[in-house]
Design a protein around this ligand. Structure first.
Ligand code: GDD
Ligand code: MN
Length: 398
């Protein structure tokens, strides 16, 4: 098979993606044995060594390298440069919007991959490039759909996780994930691995809704691959640059877990419940200060306490829960939220009066009962009216 090099080209990209360049493409496309998909975010100093080591272990005629890049530095340009001297065909997709983060990038790469095997690995050489042919060989030998590079089984290691707390976070989140998804993950010792090979024919890319780092977990839970193999490897030190994992990625991971486990709608209900419960603190505290400390009558005190708690709830709901669904203006969202949050006073105040003056409950206990009663009603209004949630049937049809 002959490999003809073509000069770098910049091709207009499909929606949202700029195809930065494509180098050394085979003139006559043949069935490729493997596509290596590599997500990059500011990895300029790792590209050269990475491509060199991949070239040493992969035959040019059977391989393509796909970078999906969300960098804010010149990484995509450096990839193009390095690709000029690289016998392997290299493609770079640069995204202007890093939708789904690392996982979104990987899935984007999978959509473009043409190989019979798709191998996903990091760009920072923590995953030894020499593992690529070994994963595929194991998968072919065992007839597996998925082969995971594992740090947690025979011979694997996490030596490259430098700081002690990184190991703790890593093994803690692995344990949590295995508890949450007992059945789907029984056969996998390292479900958080970022290094794996998947047989393209077994992949259903349309099913994947990745959210951040744990794209393998997404694949395991949603695609339910048939036979799964594992190959141990030693997680290396980062070659250059810095890790992109962060506290925000950790929070995103918990959200990803909840969505995978409960579904998006029930996760929102859960989060809404937690925010609502947290609102009890400012509410009861304000009521106590006004009614018991300052001696204000319990009715105006309950009203002011409610306004304060609604402000607290709005801040959390709007910034954490519906950050991506702010279709209305801030004042529009706030006015509706406050109207709804305080409208329940129409129901709660008479109920409060009955409980306090009729049943002779304490003001704080009575207030708590009325708050719990209004909770369910408010969620339904919030989800359907303020944030315009589409009914399920519409989503399924669309
Ligand atoms: N395109 C894109 N977009 N790439 C990203 C993004 C993003 O938003 N965030 C990170 N990456 C790329 C990095 O450039 C790197 O190539 C790879 O994803 C992994 O990122 P690191 O910052 O090196 O992550 P890590 O070392 O903390 O985590 C890795 O190891 C974990 C196991 O400990 C990842 O492979 C995880 O998936 C894995 O679970
Ligand atoms: Mn890394």
């Amino acid at each position: 098979m002959t490999l003809e090099m073509t000069p770098p080209v910049v091709v207009p990209a499909p929606a949202r993606i700029r195809l930065t360049g494509q180098i050394g493409v085979l003139q006559v496309p043949t069935a490729l044995k493997q596509s290596v998909v590599i997500p990059t975010f500011n990895e300029r100093d790792n590209i050269g060594a990475l491509l060199e080591r991949l070239t040493a272990v992969l035959p040019a005629g059977e391989t393509e390298i796909i970078f999906v890049d969300d960098s804010t530095d010149d990484t995509p340009d450096l990839i193009l440069q390095a690709a000029m001297d690289c016998p392997l065909p290299v493609t770079v997709y640069h995204r202007d919007h890093a939708i789904g983060g690392l996982g979104g990038a990987v899935v984007e790469g999978m959509r473009h991959a043409r190989g019979a095997w798709i191998v996903v690995m990091d760009a920072d050489l923590q995953h030894p490039p020499e593992m690529v042919p070994r994963l595929i060989a194991a998968g072919t030998r065992d007839g597996a759909d998925l082969v995971v590079g594992t740090r947690y089984a025979g011979g694997g290691s996490t030596d490259g996780l430098s700081a002690g707390y990184r190991r703790l976070v890593s093994s803690g989140s692995t344990l949590l994930t295995k508890l949450v998804f007992r059945n789907s993950l029984l056969r996998v010792s390292d479900p958080m691995s970022g290094l794996f090979a998947v047989r393209a024919s077994s992949l259903d890319v349309g099913e994947l809704r990745p959210e951040g780092f744990k794209v393998l977990l997404e694949l395991l839970v949603r695609n339910r691959p048939g036979r799964i193999g594992e190959v141990p490897y030693a997680f290396q030190q980062r070659h250059a640059g810095v890790s992109k994992s962060s506290f925000a990625e950790g929070a995103r991971f918990l959200k990803h877990l909840a969505i995978l486990r409960f579904g998006a709608q029930r996760t929102r209900i859960l989060a809404f419940a937690l925010i609502g419960i947290s609102g009890l603190i400012p509410n009861q505290l304000a009521l106590w200060l006004l009614a018991h400390v300052a001696g204000v009558h319990y009715v105006p005190a309950a009203i002011v306490a409610n306004v304060i708690a609604v402000g607290w709830n709005f801040a959390l709901t709007d910034s954490l829960l519906y950050r991506n669904r702010r279709h209305r203006s801030l004042s529009g969202r706030m006015t509706r939220f406050f109207l709804m949050g305080n409208a329940d006073l129409l129901l709660r105040i008479p109920l409060l009066a009955v409980l306090v003056d009729g049943v002779h409950l304490g003001v704080l206990v009575a207030n708590l009962i009325t708050l719990v009663a209004s909770f369910v009603v408010r969620f339904l209004i919030l989800d359907r009216v303020i944030y315009l949630n589409k009914p399920k049937t519409l989503e399924a049809a669309g």
